[in-house]
Design a protein around this ligand. Structure first.
Ligand code: NAD
Length: 449
């Protein structure tokens, strides 16, 4: 495959990448068909449904800018746990002297707990953050449709479900929108605003503005599985897992990713998040997924072996009690080698540049598909999503910016080679082929630069 030095960035290139990120953050706010003069809806009171990890963080983000919140859960225990987590998070900030006790008290006073969805009746906006389950979310939106005041914005924090299918159960799809926050929601800078087929322009404008008021970068996406961020992330993790089946060990993949600039490799991230995240959904999908392409189920097998990650002391690595440092685990490595043999794969040593290419080029190719379908408005929106929500190394400027630096013709040549070698998942994006044919780069698609 073509040569590119992923591990060295000159000072000048670094400065260019940082300038690109700054411009990208500013440009994300501009939406061609929604003028900045669009009158906003009033957001003086918000209800958050689901007091879990996300709901609590979202409530804090709102209280931090002085907006009163009703935090609603369906059970007393869930609500108490959620309120306690909010209290603990604020207390930690006070301990670090980044918040005064008086400010903490003021913010806590803005968050009221409730067990009744009907308490969303006064809200100008509702943000739903219950479990990732379509039927559950549709049930909540039916109730919201029945009780919320006319013109209230009804947002869902789904990580990737079809927002239109949620809107469809209401009599007011124009008021329904995706508000995809990232965890921890009171810390992470990214907010993906997901525009449904019927979402009203002023709903989009209001949510983008609210995100900015919270100190976040709001990026507009259209409906697509995983929107912008998780759509690319699927490609990233898929290849990392195939690499392990094909010959690399988790620590080798992680070492290459860290050398590229990520703070953590993907397998260490899995172990931190818990390998069982999404286990049920993936298991359920196995029965109906297409059989004409390669899948990898190693992570499910790790769960079946009790290797859930840090919380169980072992996952892709092993952990000593009370210590989060990942250590290589011969037992896991033996298991991986046996799995490759079981699948009939002749393991090959992997060069670190090839590891990076397989992890990144699928993201760049997917990014081109998102641009072509209008899921993302511009390449820099994909870059800023990655820089602010997915830990992409800042000095590389984001996946699309990096693709331009490598040269799209080089990226496409390697993708074609990977397609010939590995098939289905590497089908080159038509937009990428067209740009190369026309001698253009992603930056040529940017409006107003
Ligand atoms: N955790 C993440 O990293 C993350 C990131 C982005 C988006 N999301 C999405 O956010 C949503 C919530 O995820 P989470 O991790 O906060 O989940 P969680 O399990 O921590 O919390 C969900 C909460 O919803 C409550 N709940 C369930 N049914 C309810 C109902 N009928 N009415 C009111 N409350 C109800 C539960 O009691 C629980 O407290 C999901 O859609 C998820 O995909 C999660």
């Amino acid at each position: 495959m073509s040569a590119f030095d992923f591990f060295h960035v000159s000072d000048e290139e670094r400065a260019r990448a940082l300038a690109h990120a700054q411009l990208a953050a500013a440009q994300a706010a501009s939406i061609p068909d929604i003028p900045s003069s669009t009158p906003l809806r009033r957001v003086q009171r918000v209800a958050v449904i689901g007091a879990g990890t996300m709901g609590g963080g979202i409530a804090m983000s709102l209280a931090n800018i002085g907006i009163p919140v009703t935090l609603i859960d369906s059970n007393q225990q869930g609500l108490e746990r959620g309120m306690a987590r909010v209290q603990d998070n604020y207390a930690t900030t006070v301990k670090r002297a980044k918040l005064s006790p008086a400010d903490m008290a003021q913010r806590m006073a803005l968050i009221t707990g409730s067990l009744q969805i009907a308490d969303a009746i006064d809200a100008d906006m509702v943000i739903e953050a219950v479990f990732e389950d379509m039927e559950l979310k549709q049930g909540i939106f039916r109730q919201l449709d029945a009780c919320c005041k006319p013109g209230a914005i009804l947002a869902t924090n789904t990580s990737g479900l079809d927002v239109d299918a949620i809107a469809a159960v209401t009599s007011r799809p124009q008021d329904v929108v995706g508000a995809h926050f990232f965890s921890p929601a009171h810390v992470m800078k990214l907010l993906e605003v997901v525009r449904g087929a019927h979402t009203a322009p002023d709903v989009i404008a209001t949510l983008m503005n609210l995100g900015q008021r919270m100190g976040k970068i709001a990026v507009l996406a259209r409906i697509y599985p995983g929107f912008i961020g998780n759509a690319l992330f699927r490609n990233y993790t898929r290849e990392a897992h195939f690499l392990v089946e094909d010959g690399a060990l988790p620590n080798e993949v992680d070492a290459a990713l860290r050398k590229f600039g990520y703070a953590m490799g993907i397998f260490a991230v899995h172990d931190m998040a818990g390998n069982d995240v999404g286990y049920q959904t993936r298991k359920a999908q196995m029965a109906t997924r297409p059989t004409d392409r390669r899948w990898n189920d190693l992570i499910l097998k790790l769960c079946d072996l009790g290797r859930l990650g840090q919380k169980s002391g072992k996952g892709w690595y092993r952990y000593d009690a009370g210590d989060r440092t990942p250590h290589r685990d011969p037992e896991l490595e033996r298991f991986i080698v046996e799995e490759s043999a079981r699948m009939g794969i002749q393991r090959q040593p992997m060069d670190e540049a090839d590891i990076i290419k397989r992890c990144l080029y699928g993201m760049m190719n997917e990014g081109a598909k998102l641009l072509e379908q209008g899921i993302a408005l511009r390449p820099s929106d994909i870059d800023i999503t990655y820089l602010t929500g997915y830990g992409f190394p800042a000095h590389h400027g984001g996946p699309m910016f990096l693709a331009d630096r490598i040269g799209l013709a080089n990226v496409l040549a390697d993708i074609r080679q990977l397609h010939a070698q590995y098939g289905y998942w590497w089908q080159p994006a038509p937009l990428l082929e067209r740009l190369v044919r026309e001698g253009k780069c992603f930056a040529d698609l940017q409006q107003g630069r």
